[in-house]
Design a protein around this ligand. Structure first.
Ligand SMILES: [Zn+2]
Length: 295
C-alpha cells in the first residue's frame, strides 16, 4: 500500500479493489483513486497505448461512437470560445482521431496536434487532412527559447489524457515550458464520483480500464492544478447529452407503461442528476508565471 496520496499527500490510503492486473487504492482525503505500484516514466503507457489505441479502436470511433466524439469536439470548441482569445496559437496533446483539431482549424485557430497512436494519425490524415505529429508528449518537441514568446502556445488542451499519465504533476509542470505566461489550459477527465461509477460500483467499466491510472475527483483535480502553479478559473462537470438523447426520448415515452432498459434508466437519471455527478470533469486554468505573480 502506498504511504501517501500523490496529489494531496494524505496518508489515509486504503485498498479500493484488487483487479486481475492492477490494484486501485483510495485517498480518503481528496477522494482520488490511483493504481498501486505505478511505475514512473512512459514505458507502461507506451505498451498499453499500443495495445489499446490500435486499428480496432479507430474503427470503433469511426462507427458507433462517431457521433459521440463529434459531439465531444463541438463541446470542446464551445469551451475554447468561452475561455480563450480567438484564433490564437493552440496545442492539443492526444488528438485521437482528430475531431477537435479539425473543428479548431476550420474555425481559424492556429492549431497543432500530437497523437501517439499511428492508426489514429493515419485516420486523421485521411478523414480530415490533418497533419498530426505521431509522438508521445515531451516538451522538447515544442520547447523554444523562453525569450521568444511568439513560438509559445496561447492555449494547451488535453481531453481525457491526465488519467493516462503516470506522473500528472510532472506533465503539468512540463506544459508550462511551451505555454506563454498567462496562457490557458483546458482539459477534462472521467469523474470518479459519476453516477455511472455509483451504479456499477467497483465493477464500473471505467475502473476496469488498465490504462486509467488515476480517477480524479473535483478536489483532487483542483489540487493537482494548483500544485503545478495553475490558477483554476473553472472546474465543472457534465454528462454527454446527445449520447443519451434517443434513449431519453424512448424512456420518457415508455416511462409509465413498461420496464425500462438500463440505458433508458440511465438516460433519465442523467436528466435529473445534480452537479458533479456527470461523467466528465472539466477544468480551465491559467498559467501565472512567477514573474507576473510578483507584479
Ligand atoms: Zn489525496
Amino acid at each position: 500500500m502506498p504511504d501517501s496520496c500523490p496529489i494531496c499527500n494524505s496518508n489515509k490510503i486504503v485498498l479500493f479493489q484488487r483487479y486481475p492486473v492492477f490494484t486501485l487504492v483510495e485517498c480518503q482525503d481528496c477522494g482520488l483513486l490511483f493504481q498501486e505500484n505505478l511505475a514512473p516514466g512512459a514505458a507502461r503507457l507506451t505498451e498499453l497505448s499500443a495495445q489499446t489505441y490500435n486499428a480496432d479502436w479507430v474503427t470503433m470511433r469511426d462507427t458507433y461512437l462517431r457521433s459521440t466524439f463529434l459531439e465531444h469536439a463541438a463541446f470542446y470548441m464551445l469551451l475554447l470560445n468561452i475561455f480563450a482569445s480567438p484564433k490564437s496559437r493552440l496545442l492539443e496533446i492526444g488528438s485521437g482521431t482528430g475531431e477537435f483539431l479539425y473543428l479548431a482549424q476550420a474555425a481559424g485557430w492556429n492549431a497543432v496536434g500530437l497523437e501517439p497512436s499511428a492508426p489514429s494519425c493515419a485516420y486523421a490524415r485521411q478523414k480530415y487532412g490533418l497533419d498530426l505529429r505521431n509522438s508521445f508528449w515531451t516538451p522538447a518537441l515544442f520547447q523554444q527559447d523562453p525569450a521568444d514568446q511568439e513560438s509559445s502556445f496561447d492555449v494547451v488542451v488535453f481531453w481525457h489524457l491526465l488519467e493516462h499519465m503516470t506522473d500528472p504533476l510532472q506533465f503539468l509542470k512540463e506544459i508550462k515550458a511551451v505555454l506563454k505566461p498567462g496562457g490557458l489550459v483546458l482539459c477534462c477527465v472521467p469523474n470518479r464520483y459519476s453516477l455511472t461509477n455509483d451504479v456499477y460500483g467497483k465493477n464500473s467499466p471505467l475502473y476496469l480500464e488498465t490504462d486509467h491510472f488515476f480517477h480524479y475527483t473535483e478536489k483532487s483535480l483542483a489540487l493537482l492544478m494548483q500544485q503545478a502553479s495553475f490558477n483554476v478559473l473553472s472546474l465543472f462537470c457534465r454528462q454527454e447529452p446527445n449520447r443519451h438523447a434517443s434513449d431519453l426520448k424512448a424512456g420518457q415515452e415508455r416511462f409509465h407503461t413498461s420496464n425500462l432498459t438500463f440505458q433508458e434508466t440511465m438516460a433519465l437519471m442523467v436528466n435529473y442528476q445534480a452537479n458533479f455527478r456527470g461523467h466528465e470533469l472539466f477544468c480551465a486554468a491559467r498559467y501565472t508565471s512567477p514573474e507576473s505573480r510578483r507584479e
